[in-house]
Design a protein around this ligand. Structure first.
Ligand code: ATP
Length: 268
């Protein structure tokens, strides 16, 4: 049994309403998507903008309610879970969003943001919560001098590290990473990606890694799911997909990966 099993997941959004407010237009954002994710594994979900990648990631955690399909996490039916049980299950499955500026509360210090999940989910006292926050911030490379700072005082890369520390607070088995480096300066993307990879190895985390940039996938993903217009059009190991993509669509995505220009070479 895999850690995460997703079967025939579908979701439509209403896009238009008539003058009486009745829904008249629909987007099939996700159609019949199935996959598995093993413990400690990284599965990348790739595809062009609007392919349905983020909707899949959010449905796995039930941040968006699916219209149809099943999601099983650690053997338990996520869609059937009542609110209290779902909150408990979310200890094991966390999410990192694209923009850390909007995922962290601007009024909360870095230390409090990381410790907050412990307030909700454990009976640790304030001192123990603080110790855990310090330990986690150290793990993601944020030094003690940032503990009392507010999000507005940190760079995008530092903030994403804080968001990662917060996601780790409750010792999850899986993290849905939704374009975790896309909003960051190019110069810090590799550092944050390396951090995610190191944490994965050290903690045995599974990642569902939503990403539009195939250049990033090669360094972190074990397997790849290629989505187009809400459907899975191809899947395989990362090396298979890179070496011999079976779909023109995947080939086009790969062809769009920028090839680094060697230092000193002149651009045409
Ligand atoms: N809340 C919503 N209401 C209406 N339509 C939505 C909503 N969320 C997503 N969609 C639509 O569903 C489709 C899939 O969106 P989704 O964000 O999952 O794609 P994506 O592959 O993650 O793309 P991107 O990388 O641009 O975020 C798109 O057509 C999008 O416009």
């Amino acid at each position: 049994m895999s850690l995460l099993e997703v079967s025939n997941l579908s979701k439509s959004f209403s896009t238009r309403r008539d003058l009486l407010g009745r829904r008249t237009g629909w987007t099939h954002a996700v159609r019949d998507v199935s996959f598995t994710l093993g413990a400690g594994e990284c599965l990348a979900v790739v595809g062009e903008s609007g392919a349905g990648k983020s909707t899949v990631g959010r449905m796995v955690l039930r941040l968006i309610e699916p219209d149809a399909g099943t999601v099983t996490f650690a053997g338990e039916d996520v869609r059937a879970a009542k609110p209290a049980r779902l909150r408990q299950m979310r200890r094991g499955m966390q999410m990192i969003f694209q923009d850390p500026h909007s995922s962290l509360d601007p009024r909360m210090t870095v230390a409090d943001a990381v410790a907050e999940p412990l307030v909700v989910h454990t009976d640790l006292d304030r001192a123990a919560r603080r110790r855990r926050a310090v330990e986690l911030l150290d793990k993601v490379g944020i030094g003690a001098r940032y503990l009392g700072r507010y999000p507005a005082e940190l760079s995008g890369g530092q903030l994403q590290r804080v968001a990662i520390a917060r996601a780790l607070t409750l010792e999850p088995k899986m993290i849905v990473c939704d374009e975790p480096v896309a909003a960051l300066d190019v110069s810090v993307r590799a550092q944050v990606l390396n951090l995610l990879r190191d944490l994965q190895e050290e903690l045995g985390l599974a990642y569902l890694f939503v990403c539009h940039d195939l250049a990033l996938i090669e360094v972190i993903a074990d397997r790849v799911l290629v989505m187009k217009a809400g459907e899975v059009v191809e899947s395989g190991t990362t090396s298979q997909i890179y070496a011999a993509p079976s779909q023109d669509y995947t080939r086009a995505l790969l062809d769009a990966v920028p090839v680094p220009i060697p230092r000193g070479a002149r651009q045409a």
